[in-house]
Design a binder for this molecule. Sequence first.
Ligand SMILES: *[C@@H]1O[C@H](CO)[C@@H](O)[C@H](O)[C@H]1NC(C)=O
Ligand SMILES: *[C@@H]1O[C@H](CO)[C@@H](O)[C@H](O)[C@H]1NC(C)=O
Ligand SMILES: *[C@@H]1O[C@H](CO)[C@@H](O)[C@H](O)[C@H]1NC(C)=O
Ligand SMILES: *[C@@H]1O[C@H](CO)[C@@H](O)[C@H](O)[C@H]1NC(C)=O
Ligand SMILES: *[C@@H]1O[C@H](CO)[C@@H](O)[C@H](O)[C@H]1NC(C)=O
Ligand SMILES: *[C@@H]1O[C@H](CO)[C@@H](O)[C@H](O)[C@H]1NC(C)=O
Length: 375
Amino acid sequence: MVSALTRLFLAASVVSSVVAHASPAPANWKRDNLEARHALEKRCGDVLAARRRKRSESALARRSSGVLRRTTSSNDSTCLVTPEVTQGPYHILGEIVRQNITEGQGGIPLEVSVDFMDISTCDPVQVWVDAWHANATGFYAGYIAETGSALAGGSGAGSPSGDASASLTSGATSISDAPTQTVATTSTSYGAYDGADSPSATQLLNEAVDDNSTFLRGVWQTDDDGHLTMYSVFPGWYSGRAQHFHIKAYPEGYIAANGTFIAGGSAVHTGQFFFDQDTLDAVAANPVYAANAISWSDSVSNDDDMWYPYQSATGYDATMDITWVGDEITDGLVGSITVPLNMTYESPEVSTQYASFDVEEYEAEGLLPEASLSA
Ligand SMILES: *[C@@H]1O[C@H](CO)[C@@H](O)[C@H](O)[C@H]1NC(C)=O
Ligand SMILES: *[C@@H]1O[C@H](CO)[C@@H](O)[C@H](O)[C@H]1NC(C)=O
Ligand SMILES: *[C@@H]1O[C@H](CO)[C@@H](O)[C@H](O)[C@H]1NC(C)=O
Ligand SMILES: *[C@@H]1O[C@H](CO)[C@@H](O)[C@H](O)[C@H]1NC(C)=O
Ligand SMILES: *[C@@H]1O[C@H](CO)[C@@H](O)[C@H](O)[C@H]1NC(C)=O
Ligand SMILES: *[C@@H]1O[C@H](CO)[C@@H](O)[C@H](O)[C@H]1NC(C)=O
């Protein structure tokens, strides 16, 4: 059932703009979602309200001048498990432990500010967070030859030539074997685990790396109050997907002598953060993002994104609250969100790809933080 979803994900990447822009979600998912939210028992309300207040205060303190500008799309008054969604085809293991994953990439600075808590106790939980996302023009490190402009040439469609099309076509071959009715096209409700990968998705999602670049990838740990701060740039769009930021959360892990992360077991969560439309529009107006080979008008909105409804299921709001650091968007944005975790869940890993780079060269270039190497 889940691999069918995975196939759908790849299908929408290759088939046509019609697919890319037609939401696989049933028309009433939003209403169902809202009903679910309203029906929720209001647990952890005080805890979450306090955390949100703290985030606002810290955002205010960072303001250089003027009025605080922010969007408050999420409603942190309820505590419910953050739904699982696919890790997609671009997850790479063994990433560098670092707080700032920017690695010289252009774009609008994004401070990622996340509170993790245990769904069963409402207590903060300390986790290692593996983060990865596309750059401002839609490329993923490790997959430069098959992402970004390689996916241009049709809204939501793969390029007719090159690695992208080769790899996506192999996905398409599998799609022809897929049931014509998938969970995504038949489901009238979304459970917290309906968007998760199954081990049978491995063949489709364990995509061999094309290159050894590492930009916009890294692992960092929350403080003991369950708070994560990471620094990056705002993600760009690419064909077939709304802008998103991937994470996996691991309760156990350690830093290898070369400064990379070794998970100490299964992740408890795999998910994606999304962004509200006002923020997306403002980002798209920035020239660094507008240079994307796929035009903004061909990009996919949250509502048309195939994974957004799964990530926003059961009343959870997957869009980050956004605060502007200054008056100009180029001053940076702070994205914050709360992620209640089911600490007994074993989130699947379907990638066997490991980061590979010249450790000495990275060290010489200052790409391996002292803190990680000395740990
Ligand atoms: C947010 O939470 C408040 C308090 O629980 C509730 O009254 C309100 O309807 C919620 N808003 C949304 C959009 O869910
Ligand atoms: C993160 O690194 C980039 C260089 O890759 C740098 O320009 C930026 O200032 C750093 N951000 C923070 C918050 O240190
Ligand atoms: C994104 O990555 C591609 C491939 O490495 C690169 O050509 C492009 O300049 C990057 N975009 C930005 C805005 O840094
Ligand atoms: C990545 O680096 C390793 C070790 O230097 C090398 O063996 C491998 O061929 C490189 N992979 C790619 C795709 O460039
Ligand atoms: C947490 O995960 C366990 C193990 O998969 C599952 O049995 C349980 O229903 C989940 N709890 C919630 C609240 O989702
Ligand atoms: C870092 O060290 C780990 C553990 O020894 C190893 O598995 C991994 O390949 C190394 N990573 C790089 C980039 O050399």
